[in-house]
Design a protein around this ligand. Structure first.
Ligand SMILES: *Cc1c(COP(=O)(O)O)cnc(C)c1O
Length: 264
């Protein structure tokens, strides 16, 4: 990439980011909230150069959903003051890799994954000590909640799972009934800390209602775990609904970075 191309890209990102920030400010005011939710820019499918531009533009939190891609990008960005959120479906055998760069794992939805992350963090602790690296704090994790109604879940089963949005976006999630038990398992792991909840609005449903359910689940969770205040909700299409419902964190990709390249 030439210097000129790089400057053009930064200007483009700056403009889109400005627009998203204005939307967040307007939605916050419209909801009568005193504080804006935190912005996580989802950089999946886009190069480390873009991450660097975003950091220069004041972005402090980024989100990624594929371990290999995220690990490589984080490696190129160690000099940047960024907080890395892992937001994708995570296989237990990737836990060891993810804890090397992620500050937060937002997509924890089953007991096996809690155990794998706990074990990976214990090993990471040892690895750092052995190599004389500074110790890291506990890994923050969010419980991903499946907000589909039973009818929606049944309808989705009919779809071919390898097609459509469900294949790449927000698949997974614990049933609301399982959130409390998962939260207890997380709290029992010394190297994990429970940050709160995360969800994707189900396709074809009213995001305001869906995020409202997520906030109710969060309130119930906070009665047992007062520190678990994070409600991660809202993407490019539905950030206003998420702000209105009370999200504390927004995950915005395409409206900042532009349309994603076609899936491979
Ligand atoms: C990609 C992704 C986002 C961002 O979506 P956009 O529509 O590009 O803003 C948010 N959350 C999750 C879980 C994602 O996978």
């Amino acid at each position: 990439m030439t210097e000129q191309e790089s400057e053009t890209r930064r200007a483009d990102l700056s403009e889109r980011l400005g627009r998203v920030r204005r939307r967040i400010a307007e939605a916050t005011a419209a909801a009568g909230r005193s504080e804006e939710p935190e912005l996580i820019v989802v950089t999946k499918f886009f190069p480390a150069d873009d991450v660097r531009h975003l950091a220069a533009l004041g972005v402090r939190q980024v989100g990624e959903n594929r371990d290999q891609e995220a690990g490589a990008k984080a490696e190129e960005s160690t000099d940047l003051p960024l907080r890395w959120h892992f937001i994708g479906q995570l296989q237990t055998n990737k836990a060891k890799s993810v804890v090397k760069y992620a500050d937060v794992v937002q997509s924890v939805d089953r007991p096996q994954l809690v155990a794998a992350l706990g074990k990976a963090m214990r090993r990471e602790h040892e690895r750092r000590a052995e190599n004389g690296l500074p110790a890291r704090g506990a890994l923050e994790v969010l419980v991903q909640v499946d907000l589909r109604t039973p009818e929606q879940a049944a309808a989705d089963e009919q779809d071919r799972p390898e097609q459509g949005r469900a294949a790449t976006l927000g698949r997974g999630g614990a049933s609301p009934a399982d959130v409390a038990a998962l939260a207890s398992l997380i709290e029992a792991e010394e190297q994990l800390t429970l940050g709160g909840v995360m969800a994707v609005a189900p396709l074809g449903s009213d995001p305001v209602a869906a995020f409202g359910r997520l906030v109710e689940i969060s309130h119930a969770l906070q009665r047992e775990h007062p520190g678990a205040v994070v409600v991660s909700a809202g993407m490019s299409q539905d950030l206003e609904a998420a702000v209105a419902a009370g999200a504390t964190h927004l995950r915005i990709g395409s409206d900042v970075l532009g349309p994603r390249p076609a899936l491979r």
